[in-house]
Unconditional design. Structure first.
Length: 304
């Protein structure tokens, strides 16, 4: 089947208001607190991954929902301006999702108003257009979940490969992943997410990250775990591969995991080995921390 694009990213897109130097405790009672910096940037795991992939030279399309409002227009303009095809994005009568990121060094708190995100379904998604389909922010899009295993199975039968990054579950329940992981070629959690998924699926107690990756990998996917200052590890067909962290002094870690995803998928679609894919992914994630927001410092392939 002819494929229009290399990568279709399914997921979330919203403006991020990133406040640096945010206090750990918010003062209510109409008190005003000052922070060291603020930026309005493109946010959403799916949107940042799509931008990173386009920056690395992949023909990239984004499928999601935004509102018919100023925030939605900001999102679509930002994606298109970075070379992402937004023609498959649905314009919703509900408002665009909005996020405030309270950043304190390498740590952050994230407040999101989901807006139209929960209403994305598989009926909104194009079929057979991409070599690879990546799904982001599974738990922010409950309307997508029921039909997602069937959609991914259909894409795989048509010759595409698939990946999933659940991101965090705001409810802390981590339910419903067993069926969808069976239709995923690459699963891309961070260390905390991987442990939470394993605890839910296997009732697993405290285990090493390697053991957690192996448990999840037994369901079928290659498991690639982002492990912060330890770099990343991957479990595939019983073999474990590691890549060390790249030492950088971060300006802003927002979206680093999504840039990691973009790097791994770009390398994989170039036919590189798993070890090489990990090195590319870790480097992309590290370089993305060198400017505020998730997309400003994403590298080109030459820069990488």
């Amino acid at each position: 089947m002819a494929r229009d694009v290399d990568l279709l990213v399914v997921g979330d897109a919203n403006p991020d208001v990133v406040l640096s130097g945010a206090p750990r405790g918010l003062a209510y009672g109409q008190r005003e607190q000052l922070v060291s910096g603020g930026d309005l940037v493109l946010g959403g795991s799916g949107a940042i991954t799509a931008c990173g992939a386009a920056r690395l030279g992949l023909r990239t399309a984004f499928a999601g929902r935004v509102g018919d409002d100023a925030a939605g227009r900001f999102v679509l303009d930002a994606l298109a301006g970075r070379g992402v095809d937004v023609s498959r994005c649905v314009i919703d009568s509900r408002p665009t999702a909005m996020t405030v990121v309270l950043a304190d060094g390498s740590d952050r708190a994230i407040l999101t108003s989901p807006g139209c995100l929960p209403y994305l379904t598989v009926e909104d998604l194009p079929r057979g257009v991409a070599r690879h389909v990546h799904v982001s922010s599974y738990f922010l899009q409950p309307g997508l979940a029921p039909g997602l295993p069937g959609f991914l199975a259909e894409e795989r039968r048509a010759g595409a490969t698939t990946s999933l990054d659940t991101n965090d579950d705001p409810a802390g329940e981590w339910e419903g992943l067993g069926e969808v992981l069976a239709e995923v070629d690459v699963f891309l959690p961070n260390a905390a997410e991987a442990r939470a998924v394993a605890a839910r699926l296997f009732d697993a107690g405290p285990e090493s990250l390697e053991a957690v990756a192996a448990r999840i990998g037994g369901l079928g996917p290659t498991v690639v775990v982002k492990d912060g200052g330890e770099g990343a590890l991957a479990w595939q067909a019983g073999e474990l591969t590691r890549a060390p962290a790249v030492p950088v002094e971060p300006v802003d870690t927002v979206g680093a995991g999504d840039s990691f995803n973009a790097g791994l998928l770009a390398a994989r679609l170039r036919g590189m080995s798993l070890r090489e894919c990990l090195r590319v992914a870790v480097t992309c994630g590290s370089l993305s921390t060198q400017a505020a927001g998730g997309t400003a410092a994403q590298p080109t392939w030459k820069e990488l």
